[in-house]
Design a protein around this ligand. Structure first.
Ligand SMILES: NC(=O)c1ccc[n+]([C@@H]2O[C@H](COP(=O)([O-])OP(=O)(O)OC[C@H]3O[C@@H](n4cnc5c(N)ncnc54)[C@H](OP(=O)(O)O)[C@@H]3O)[C@@H](O)[C@H]2O)c1
Length: 330
């Protein structure tokens, strides 16, 4: 493994879909990252991806990618149903792993993945990129500093019109549904901003004929007393913004709230303050993962294992309330 501060970390990209492309582009912008390999379920797709991004080695299976001795860290960018097995294989092969959200199918799988990282002494992090976006980090700082007083409520929505019946979003066996893909953002945005997880959540959902959640709306209650509302859907496009309301003001987060570059602070008795903070997208989380690895850690201190487990427990609870059970859970 290359682990000195002068040697670039060598990334392998597991899967060749949309977010894999975005992450590969983001890694290209980082000075100490090299994308050296890609793995796909087919040689053809691996070759296409490798050629597009000028990647040295194209593997026709995840097993081959994991066996590549010149890969230090694997980015798992497959559908949710595949995260557990692909992450376990990579960790058992001695690779560090950054795994896309939703981290797993359920909390039980997430617990096994974390245990495997511990056993193999390898870095593992859920790719919750929102928690590294500069504007989001600054919003959390302002909330913690009491700029808008005690927090009363946080509201966020993430609804897109994703109608393709054959796409992964609507496939139960790929752990589709709005919640794991989109709803995870409005559900966990208040957790990050408030620095706590809810002790109660109530949700109602409408399911597709195929048994995944098309729309979910809910409310969560936090130990501090704050309430949050969240809404997610595959059937319509929402405003994609977020609002944080406190006893002495509010913060309006401009869309898309989960990687926003601007927000407005409204404090009682003061002129609104509009703040612009551009971001480098996925590069922030990747840079953080590499820094943690270089410093000898096997977990993130931002997206902690505890946070990931609690996120999965929340998702499990909401799925249970709306009646979504994936085929592999039956
Ligand atoms: N952070 C973000 O902003 C963001 C945005 C979008 C999605 N995501 C997350 O990233 C993950 C992937 O999303 P995506 O939008 O990139 O998905 P996608 O475009 O559908 O690509 C998923 C890829 O996974 C691979 N795969 C492995 N097993 C598969 C299976 N059984 N069925 C279908 N594909 C399979 C395929 O690549 P091969 O054919 O090469 O094997 C496929 O191209 C999800 O966890 C999603 O929630 C994150």
């Amino acid at each position: 493994m290359s682990d000195t501060s002068t040697t670039p970390l060598r990334w392998g990209i597991a899967s060749t879909g949309g977010i894999a492309e975005q992450m590969t582009r983001a890694l290209r912008t980082l000075p100490h990252a090299e994308v050296v390999a890609v793995g796909s379920r087919s040689q053809e797709s691996a070759d296409r991806f490798a050629s597009e991004f000028d990647i040295e080695r194209a593997h026709p299976s995840h097993t081959d990618l994991c066996a590549d001795p010149n890969v230090d860290i694997i980015y798992v960018a497959s559908p949710h149903s595949e995260h557990h097995d692909m992450t376990m294989a990579a960790l058992n092969a001695g690779k560090h792993v950054v795994c896309e959200k939703a981290f797993a199918l359920n909390a039980a799988e997430a617990g096994e993945m974390i245990e495997s990282a511990r056993r193999n002494n390898r870095f593992l992090m859920e790719a919750m990129w929102t928690w590294f976006i500069p504007a989001v980090v600054d919003i959390r700082r302002r909330v913690n500093a009491g700029e808008i007083g005690e927090i009363v409520s946080v509201d966020a929505d993430f609804c897109l019109d994703i109608s393709d019946p054959d796409g992964r979003h609507r496939q139960a066996d790929l752990a589709g549904g709005a919640l794991l893909d989109l709803g995870i953002y409005p559900l966990t945005f208040p957790c990050f901003v408030l620095g706590e997880y809810p002790d109660e959540v109530k949700a109602i959902g409408r399911l597709t004929a195929g048994g995944v959640d098309a729309t979910v709306a809910g409310v969560a209650a936090f130990p501090s007393g704050a309430l949050s509302t969240f809404q997610t859907s595959l059937d319509a496009v929402s405003g994609l913004g977020a609002r944080i309301v406190g006893t002495t003001g509010r913060i309006d987060v401009d869309p898309p709230f989960w990687f926003t570059s601007s927000f407005t602070v409204h404090s009682l008795g003061a002129d609104p303050q509009h703040v612009e903070m551009p971001s480098e997208g996925l590069a922030h989380e990747a840079a953080h993962a590499m820094e943690r690895i270089r410093d000898g850690h096997i977990h993130s201190n931002v997206v902690t294992w505890d946070a990931t487990l609690r996120t999965m427990q929340l998702l499990d609870e909401v799925r249970q309330q709306v009646g979504v059970v994936y085929p592999s859970e039956r």
